[in-house]
Design a binder for this molecule. Structure first.
Ligand SMILES: [Fe+2]
Length: 343
Protein backbone atom coordinates (compact mmCIF):
# COMPACT_ATOMS: atom_id res chain seq x y z
CA UNK A 1 0.00 0.00 0.00
CA UNK A 2 1.26 3.48 -0.82
CA UNK A 3 1.53 5.65 2.20
CA UNK A 4 2.20 9.31 2.30
CA UNK A 5 3.09 11.53 5.14
CA UNK A 6 0.74 14.31 5.99
CA UNK A 7 2.76 17.43 6.66
CA UNK A 8 1.21 20.08 8.84
CA UNK A 9 0.27 23.14 6.86
CA UNK A 10 2.35 26.26 7.02
CA UNK A 11 5.21 25.75 9.42
CA UNK A 12 5.41 22.97 11.97
CA UNK A 13 6.16 23.02 15.67
CA UNK A 14 8.51 20.37 16.98
CA UNK A 15 5.69 18.79 18.97
CA UNK A 16 3.42 18.37 15.99
CA UNK A 17 3.64 14.75 14.85
CA UNK A 18 2.53 14.12 11.26
CA UNK A 19 -0.29 11.65 10.79
CA UNK A 20 0.01 8.92 8.18
CA UNK A 21 -2.74 8.82 5.65
CA UNK A 22 -3.77 6.19 3.12
CA UNK A 23 -3.30 7.36 -0.44
CA UNK A 24 -6.78 6.36 -1.67
CA UNK A 25 -8.54 8.75 0.72
CA UNK A 26 -8.63 11.90 -1.36
CA UNK A 27 -11.76 13.68 -0.12
CA UNK A 28 -13.07 14.68 3.25
CA UNK A 29 -16.55 16.02 3.92
CA UNK A 30 -16.68 18.78 6.49
CA UNK A 31 -20.05 19.79 7.95
CA UNK A 32 -19.45 23.18 9.46
CA UNK A 33 -21.49 25.89 11.12
CA UNK A 34 -18.57 28.31 10.69
CA UNK A 35 -18.45 30.66 7.70
CA UNK A 36 -15.22 32.60 7.63
CA UNK A 37 -13.05 33.25 4.58
CA UNK A 38 -9.94 32.45 6.59
CA UNK A 39 -11.31 28.97 7.28
CA UNK A 40 -11.52 28.29 3.55
CA UNK A 41 -7.88 29.28 3.17
CA UNK A 42 -6.96 26.88 5.95
CA UNK A 43 -8.83 24.02 4.28
CA UNK A 44 -7.08 24.78 1.01
CA UNK A 45 -3.72 24.66 2.78
CA UNK A 46 -4.67 21.24 4.17
CA UNK A 47 -5.42 20.11 0.61
CA UNK A 48 -2.08 21.41 -0.66
CA UNK A 49 -0.26 19.54 2.09
CA UNK A 50 -2.12 16.24 1.87
CA UNK A 51 -3.88 16.03 -1.48
CA UNK A 52 -7.14 15.56 0.45
CA UNK A 53 -9.86 17.84 -0.86
CA UNK A 54 -12.18 19.35 1.77
CA UNK A 55 -15.82 19.37 0.66
CA UNK A 56 -17.57 21.93 2.77
CA UNK A 57 -21.24 21.78 3.77
CA UNK A 58 -22.25 24.90 5.69
CA UNK A 59 -25.42 25.37 7.73
CA UNK A 60 -26.34 26.20 11.29
CA UNK A 61 -25.60 23.59 13.93
CA UNK A 62 -29.17 22.32 14.33
CA UNK A 63 -29.59 21.96 10.56
CA UNK A 64 -26.32 20.04 10.31
CA UNK A 65 -27.31 17.64 13.09
CA UNK A 66 -30.73 17.14 11.48
CA UNK A 67 -29.14 16.48 8.11
CA UNK A 68 -26.65 13.95 9.52
CA UNK A 69 -29.50 12.15 11.30
CA UNK A 70 -31.59 12.11 8.13
CA UNK A 71 -28.70 10.79 6.04
CA UNK A 72 -28.22 7.96 8.53
CA UNK A 73 -25.58 5.36 7.75
CA UNK A 74 -25.23 6.79 4.22
CA UNK A 75 -24.12 10.18 5.49
CA UNK A 76 -21.03 11.44 3.67
CA UNK A 77 -20.16 13.60 6.71
CA UNK A 78 -16.68 12.97 8.10
CA UNK A 79 -16.21 15.88 10.49
CA UNK A 80 -18.77 18.01 12.34
CA UNK A 81 -17.43 21.45 13.23
CA UNK A 82 -19.54 23.69 15.42
CA UNK A 83 -19.52 26.00 18.40
CA UNK A 84 -20.24 25.32 22.04
CA UNK A 85 -19.51 22.17 24.03
CA UNK A 86 -23.26 21.87 24.64
CA UNK A 87 -23.95 21.33 20.93
CA UNK A 88 -21.07 18.90 20.56
CA UNK A 89 -22.34 16.97 23.57
CA UNK A 90 -25.79 16.83 21.94
CA UNK A 91 -24.28 15.30 18.83
CA UNK A 92 -22.44 12.83 21.03
CA UNK A 93 -25.61 11.95 22.99
CA UNK A 94 -27.41 11.37 19.70
CA UNK A 95 -24.75 8.74 18.92
CA UNK A 96 -23.43 10.65 15.92
CA UNK A 97 -19.79 10.95 16.96
CA UNK A 98 -17.09 8.28 17.18
CA UNK A 99 -14.29 8.52 19.74
CA UNK A 100 -10.86 9.39 18.39
CA UNK A 101 -7.62 8.32 20.03
CA UNK A 102 -4.88 10.64 18.91
CA UNK A 103 -1.67 11.33 20.77
CA UNK A 104 -1.34 14.54 18.77
CA UNK A 105 -4.75 15.86 19.84
CA UNK A 106 -4.44 14.64 23.44
CA UNK A 107 -0.97 16.13 23.69
CA UNK A 108 -1.85 19.51 22.23
CA UNK A 109 -5.38 20.30 23.37
CA UNK A 110 -5.76 20.95 27.11
CA UNK A 111 -7.79 18.24 28.86
CA UNK A 112 -10.63 20.56 29.94
CA UNK A 113 -11.25 21.59 26.33
CA UNK A 114 -11.99 18.14 24.92
CA UNK A 115 -14.26 15.20 25.64
CA UNK A 116 -12.44 12.75 27.95
CA UNK A 117 -13.45 9.93 25.57
CA UNK A 118 -12.33 11.77 22.44
CA UNK A 119 -15.77 12.32 20.86
CA UNK A 120 -14.96 15.99 20.29
CA UNK A 121 -12.11 18.45 20.67
CA UNK A 122 -12.02 22.20 21.19
CA UNK A 123 -10.01 24.10 18.55
CA UNK A 124 -10.66 27.65 19.62
CA UNK A 125 -11.85 29.32 22.73
CA UNK A 126 -14.16 32.13 23.80
CA UNK A 127 -14.47 33.65 27.25
CA UNK A 128 -17.81 34.88 28.63
CA UNK A 129 -17.01 38.25 30.11
CA UNK A 130 -18.54 41.48 31.43
CA UNK A 131 -18.25 44.40 29.03
CA UNK A 132 -18.82 47.96 30.18
CA UNK A 133 -18.53 51.51 28.94
CA UNK A 134 -14.98 52.60 29.70
CA UNK A 135 -16.14 56.20 30.22
CA UNK A 136 -18.36 55.03 33.12
CA UNK A 137 -15.89 52.49 34.45
CA UNK A 138 -16.71 49.62 36.78
CA UNK A 139 -18.42 50.24 40.10
CA UNK A 140 -16.65 48.86 43.17
CA UNK A 141 -17.69 45.38 44.22
CA UNK A 142 -17.86 43.80 40.77
CA UNK A 143 -15.05 41.31 40.27
CA UNK A 144 -16.85 37.96 40.10
CA UNK A 145 -19.85 36.58 38.18
CA UNK A 146 -21.43 36.08 41.59
CA UNK A 147 -21.32 39.87 42.16
CA UNK A 148 -23.66 40.52 39.21
CA UNK A 149 -26.54 39.31 41.41
CA UNK A 150 -25.93 41.89 44.17
CA UNK A 151 -28.89 44.20 44.91
CA UNK A 152 -26.82 47.33 44.27
CA UNK A 153 -26.68 46.39 40.58
CA UNK A 154 -30.46 46.58 39.98
CA UNK A 155 -31.32 47.39 36.37
CA UNK A 156 -27.72 47.13 35.20
CA UNK A 157 -27.28 43.66 33.70
CA UNK A 158 -27.86 43.18 29.98
CA UNK A 159 -27.86 39.54 28.94
CA UNK A 160 -29.43 36.98 26.63
CA UNK A 161 -32.38 34.79 27.47
CA UNK A 162 -32.03 31.72 29.65
CA UNK A 163 -32.81 29.41 26.72
CA UNK A 164 -29.70 30.48 24.86
CA UNK A 165 -26.88 27.96 24.82
CA UNK A 166 -24.32 30.52 26.08
CA UNK A 167 -26.51 31.43 29.07
CA UNK A 168 -26.97 27.75 29.80
CA UNK A 169 -23.24 26.96 29.65
CA UNK A 170 -22.42 29.95 31.83
CA UNK A 171 -24.98 28.97 34.46
CA UNK A 172 -23.79 25.35 34.29
CA UNK A 173 -20.32 26.63 35.22
CA UNK A 174 -21.86 28.47 38.20
CA UNK A 175 -23.66 25.27 39.16
CA UNK A 176 -20.42 23.28 39.05
CA UNK A 177 -18.69 25.86 41.24
CA UNK A 178 -21.40 26.76 43.75
CA UNK A 179 -24.05 24.00 43.78
CA UNK A 180 -27.79 24.19 43.02
CA UNK A 181 -29.06 26.36 45.90
CA UNK A 182 -26.49 29.11 45.54
CA UNK A 183 -26.92 29.03 41.76
CA UNK A 184 -30.68 29.43 41.97
CA UNK A 185 -30.27 32.36 44.38
CA UNK A 186 -27.74 33.86 41.94
CA UNK A 187 -30.06 33.35 38.95
CA UNK A 188 -32.86 35.12 40.89
CA UNK A 189 -30.46 37.99 41.48
CA UNK A 190 -29.60 38.17 37.79
CA UNK A 191 -33.29 38.11 36.84
CA UNK A 192 -33.90 40.95 39.33
CA UNK A 193 -30.95 42.98 38.01
CA UNK A 194 -31.81 42.86 34.29
CA UNK A 195 -31.81 46.17 32.48
CA UNK A 196 -34.53 44.93 30.12
CA UNK A 197 -36.36 41.78 29.10
CA UNK A 198 -33.66 39.44 27.73
CA UNK A 199 -33.50 39.77 23.95
CA UNK A 200 -31.08 39.53 21.07
CA UNK A 201 -27.59 38.12 20.84
CA UNK A 202 -24.38 39.13 22.56
CA UNK A 203 -23.76 41.98 20.11
CA UNK A 204 -27.16 43.42 21.04
CA UNK A 205 -26.15 43.43 24.71
CA UNK A 206 -22.94 45.31 23.84
CA UNK A 207 -24.85 47.84 21.71
CA UNK A 208 -27.41 48.35 24.49
CA UNK A 209 -24.75 49.13 27.07
CA UNK A 210 -22.89 51.40 24.64
CA UNK A 211 -26.22 53.24 24.19
CA UNK A 212 -26.66 53.59 27.96
CA UNK A 213 -29.23 50.82 28.44
CA UNK A 214 -27.68 48.82 31.29
CA UNK A 215 -24.13 49.00 32.60
CA UNK A 216 -22.87 45.43 32.11
CA UNK A 217 -23.15 43.47 28.89
CA UNK A 218 -22.62 39.72 29.24
CA UNK A 219 -20.90 38.62 26.06
CA UNK A 220 -18.43 36.23 24.53
CA UNK A 221 -15.13 37.93 23.77
CA UNK A 222 -15.26 37.39 20.00
CA UNK A 223 -18.32 39.60 19.53
CA UNK A 224 -16.25 42.57 20.63
CA UNK A 225 -13.36 41.47 18.39
CA UNK A 226 -15.69 41.23 15.42
CA UNK A 227 -17.18 44.68 16.12
CA UNK A 228 -13.66 46.10 16.40
CA UNK A 229 -12.78 44.91 12.89
CA UNK A 230 -16.17 45.58 11.32
CA UNK A 231 -16.39 47.43 8.00
CA UNK A 232 -18.89 49.81 9.62
CA UNK A 233 -17.45 52.81 11.45
CA UNK A 234 -20.36 52.81 13.95
CA UNK A 235 -19.50 49.22 14.99
CA UNK A 236 -15.88 50.14 15.54
CA UNK A 237 -16.99 53.16 17.58
CA UNK A 238 -19.08 50.85 19.82
CA UNK A 239 -16.11 48.53 20.27
CA UNK A 240 -13.86 51.43 21.21
CA UNK A 241 -16.22 52.50 23.98
CA UNK A 242 -16.21 49.10 25.65
CA UNK A 243 -13.81 47.66 28.21
CA UNK A 244 -13.69 44.06 29.37
CA UNK A 245 -13.74 42.55 32.84
CA UNK A 246 -12.53 38.95 33.05
CA UNK A 247 -14.44 37.79 36.13
CA UNK A 248 -13.24 35.51 38.96
CA UNK A 249 -9.53 36.27 38.53
CA UNK A 250 -8.73 36.79 42.22
CA UNK A 251 -6.14 34.65 44.00
CA UNK A 252 -7.64 31.21 44.58
CA UNK A 253 -10.72 31.96 42.46
CA UNK A 254 -11.66 29.56 39.68
CA UNK A 255 -11.12 31.80 36.66
CA UNK A 256 -13.31 33.07 33.83
CA UNK A 257 -15.87 30.80 32.17
CA UNK A 258 -14.79 29.64 28.71
CA UNK A 259 -16.41 27.59 25.99
CA UNK A 260 -15.10 26.11 22.78
CA UNK A 261 -15.60 26.00 19.08
CA UNK A 262 -14.83 22.39 18.26
CA UNK A 263 -15.16 19.32 16.11
CA UNK A 264 -15.64 15.59 16.19
CA UNK A 265 -15.45 12.71 13.73
CA UNK A 266 -18.77 11.18 12.69
CA UNK A 267 -19.48 7.56 13.58
CA UNK A 268 -20.40 6.88 9.96
CA UNK A 269 -17.46 8.83 8.49
CA UNK A 270 -16.47 7.29 5.13
CA UNK A 271 -13.01 8.91 5.32
CA UNK A 272 -12.11 8.48 8.94
CA UNK A 273 -8.33 8.65 8.56
CA UNK A 274 -8.51 11.87 6.60
CA UNK A 275 -10.92 13.23 9.22
CA UNK A 276 -8.51 12.50 12.07
CA UNK A 277 -5.62 13.95 10.06
CA UNK A 278 -7.68 17.09 9.50
CA UNK A 279 -8.31 17.53 13.23
CA UNK A 280 -4.62 17.01 13.94
CA UNK A 281 -3.79 19.57 11.28
CA UNK A 282 -6.10 22.11 12.94
CA UNK A 283 -4.21 21.65 16.21
CA UNK A 284 -0.91 22.80 14.65
CA UNK A 285 0.26 26.19 15.96
CA UNK A 286 -0.03 28.11 12.68
CA UNK A 287 -3.37 26.59 11.70
CA UNK A 288 -4.57 27.31 15.23
CA UNK A 289 -3.80 31.02 15.00
CA UNK A 290 -5.53 31.41 11.65
CA UNK A 291 -8.51 29.23 12.59
CA UNK A 292 -9.10 31.00 15.89
CA UNK A 293 -8.70 34.45 14.40
CA UNK A 294 -11.41 33.74 11.80
CA UNK A 295 -13.90 34.46 14.59
CA UNK A 296 -11.70 36.57 16.90
CA UNK A 297 -11.26 33.58 19.22
CA UNK A 298 -8.33 32.37 21.28
CA UNK A 299 -6.27 29.43 20.03
CA UNK A 300 -6.46 26.46 22.42
CA UNK A 301 -2.81 25.41 22.14
CA UNK A 302 -0.16 27.17 24.18
CA UNK A 303 2.28 27.80 21.31
CA UNK A 304 -0.21 29.55 19.02
CA UNK A 305 -0.49 33.31 18.97
CA UNK A 306 -3.83 35.05 19.67
CA UNK A 307 -4.70 38.08 17.53
CA UNK A 308 -3.48 41.56 18.39
CA UNK A 309 -7.00 42.45 19.50
CA UNK A 310 -7.13 39.58 22.01
CA UNK A 311 -3.61 40.26 23.25
CA UNK A 312 -4.81 43.80 23.90
CA UNK A 313 -7.48 42.48 26.29
CA UNK A 314 -4.73 41.10 28.50
CA UNK A 315 -4.05 37.72 29.99
CA UNK A 316 -6.69 35.88 32.00
CA UNK A 317 -7.04 32.60 33.83
CA UNK A 318 -9.64 30.09 32.56
CA UNK A 319 -12.08 28.20 34.71
CA UNK A 320 -10.67 24.65 34.29
CA UNK A 321 -14.14 23.05 34.42
CA UNK A 322 -14.24 20.31 31.79
CA UNK A 323 -16.44 21.26 28.86
CA UNK A 324 -18.05 17.80 28.97
CA UNK A 325 -19.02 18.28 32.65
CA UNK A 326 -20.45 21.68 31.79
CA UNK A 327 -22.52 20.09 29.04
CA UNK A 328 -23.77 17.42 31.47
CA UNK A 329 -24.92 20.08 33.93
CA UNK A 330 -26.69 22.10 31.23
CA UNK A 331 -30.22 20.64 31.60
CA UNK A 332 -30.23 21.33 35.34
CA UNK A 333 -28.80 24.80 34.74
CA UNK A 334 -31.69 25.60 32.41
CA UNK A 335 -34.29 24.38 34.93
CA UNK A 336 -32.68 26.53 37.63
CA UNK A 337 -32.76 29.64 35.42
CA UNK A 338 -36.39 29.04 34.52
CA UNK A 339 -37.40 28.51 38.18
CA UNK A 340 -35.57 31.71 39.04
CA UNK A 341 -37.64 33.70 36.54
CA UNK A 342 -34.79 34.44 34.12
CA UNK A 343 -36.74 34.62 30.85
FE1 LIG B 1 -21.81 33.15 18.98
Amino acid sequence: MHRRTLLPALSAAALFVPHVLRAQERVMNLYSSRHYDTDRELYDAFTRQTGVRVRLIEANADQLLERIRAEGTNSPADVLLTVDAGRLARAQEAGLLAPVQSRVLDGRIPAHLRDPEGHWFGFSLRARVVMYDRALGLPPGLVRYEDLAKPEFRGMVSTRSSGNIYSIGWTASMLAANGPEATEAWARGIAANLSRHPQGGDTDQIRAVAAGQGRFAISNTYYLGNLARSQRAEDRAVAERMAVLFPNQGAGDRGTHVNISGAGVLRTAPNREAAVAFLEYLSGPQAQSVFADGNSEYPVVADAQPSAFLRGLGHFRQDPLNAARMAQLSPEALRIMQRAGWR
